[in-house]
Design a protein around this ligand. Sequence first.
Ligand SMILES: [Zn+2]
Length: 221
Amino acid sequence: MGSSNDSQVRLIVFGRQGAGKGTQASRLAQNHGIPHISTGDMLREAVREGTDFGKRAKEYMDAGQLLPDDVMLGLVSERLSRPDTSRGWLLDGFPRTAGQAEDLQGLVADGGITLAINLEVPEDVVVDRISSRRVCESCGTIYSVGDPSADSGKCAKCGGTVVQRDDDTEDAVRARLATYNEQTAPLLGWFEAQGLLANVDGVGSPDEVATRVGAAVDERL
Ligand SMILES: [Zn+2]
């Protein structure tokens, strides 16, 4: 499009759990020299530090609820005003609702959001990736079925017991994906209606996917 009046790159990355979102978001941010801002990490940090905001955030998180739009916007707005965002930013975990997306677009009115990338990985692929994951109870090393440590149940690094986490079973993964789809579909629809959505095939090696993501962004710059 190239319609931005300034040179900031403002990106948002979406992807279901297991789609490689974190990896791709980090690489993309690094390639453009912009901060990778994960609102999930910011919230967890605030909770850990026990700030007033963190205490308030914890109440919502404990209840399994999203924080109110105005609270999230305040948090994001403050973060996006810091000096390290002079060349732009990449948001991961925000917006979560179409209302938040509209607020964000209003916040960066000059030039607006550059692009929202939706990493597409078929549900069965994601379920397979996550449900084949095993973890060492002692040192936390992650293995995959097929690896000797996963198959024997004994960690090659520390000798600890390698198990499947309750969260990683097929049923648990499918339940989380259903919730994600329900919450995210209207949001992706909003970006699509604004002409700001790029659906990128997320199947393949991290390098292959990064090449596709990079091409989608370059098309807009
Ligand atoms: Zn271990």
